[in-house]
Write a protein that binds this ligand. Sequence first.
Ligand code: ADP
Ligand code: TRP
Length: 332
Amino acid sequence: MRNILTGIKPTGMPHLGNYLGAIRPALTMAEEKNVEARFFIADYHSLNTVRDAELLRSYIYEVAAAWLACGLNPNKVLLYKQSDVPEIFEMTTILMAFTAKGLMNRAHAYKATVDLNRSKGLDDDHGINMGVFTYPVLMAADILLFDTDYVPVGKDQVQHIEMAQDIAGVLNRNYEEELLVIPKSRIDEELMSVPGLDGRKMSKGYNNHIPLFAPEKELQKTVMKIVTNSQGVEEPKNPGECNIFALFRLFASETEERALAKRYRKGGMGWGEAKQNLFALLNSKIAPMRARYDELIRNTEGIDAILTEGAMRARRIAANTIRRLRRAIGVG
Ligand code: ADP
Ligand code: TRP
């Protein structure tokens, strides 16, 4: 059996990038033989940035409903909320003692904030809380507590997995080899960076995202905002240099992709029509999932029941690892 695990931070409704880069590949992996899959909502990771209780509560439901609407079967796959599993936080405390501060100083996300502060003439630590600084330790705890073999994530998360490997290695060398399973990241090269409306990586942070389950009209309006060049309708166009095409091909069959590429090269199709094509394709793929999503969101008690059951199962696994660790380090 191989254990796979991944988490999504509830910081807003998941977008196409999250779906293609995280949710869909994780669900595909969960279908593989001899795989035990654990997916969770990383709500304490969100607390660093989401400071509105009502908003956080609704984001948690949105992420849970998104997993379920995208096809997660809670009878097969473990789905839980990070904050429901207190063992994760005991694990974090244990790992803290084995995590070099210098390792945290090198985290990309933290370094980017320091650089931004410097560029504005602010103190290095301006606006950085300890939750942000120790983010990779909590994430290592999420992973290592469940003896995870593979973590399906986008490219931006690879450094965090490497840090979890480092931290696990320090414990293993100090106590016993194989005390903790060393996790590996699994990224799909092609899907590792889904482009957003402006061609940069799709991200809530850049506000260039297409929400996965926005109502149909809103989806259409958002697709219409995709940035294009100023080529006229008749001009032949290069599919390789187009944000619309880049998104289209991620959802299209090979035949659909080839057909659209041909129309691009031939000319006679304007950006408005290309966007309309993309919208129709997206909507046809998303509509059945959106219907399930809307239904789940209307009945959050159903989600609560799934998360409560998930937490119970997760805690049973977690308790075993904690017992093993407590014994190994000498507190148990
Ligand atoms: P955001 O950048 O919008 O805040 P997150 O950082 O919460 O998104 O990402 C959640 C998951 O989705 C991660 O596994 C991340 O790698 C993946 N992901 C996010 N944006 C993209 C993207 N544009 N392409 C591929 N994967 C993505
Ligand atoms: N840091 C991840 C992100 O921003 C979310 C996350 C938290 C995670 N804990 C995890 C992902 C453990 C994989 C495994 O996307």
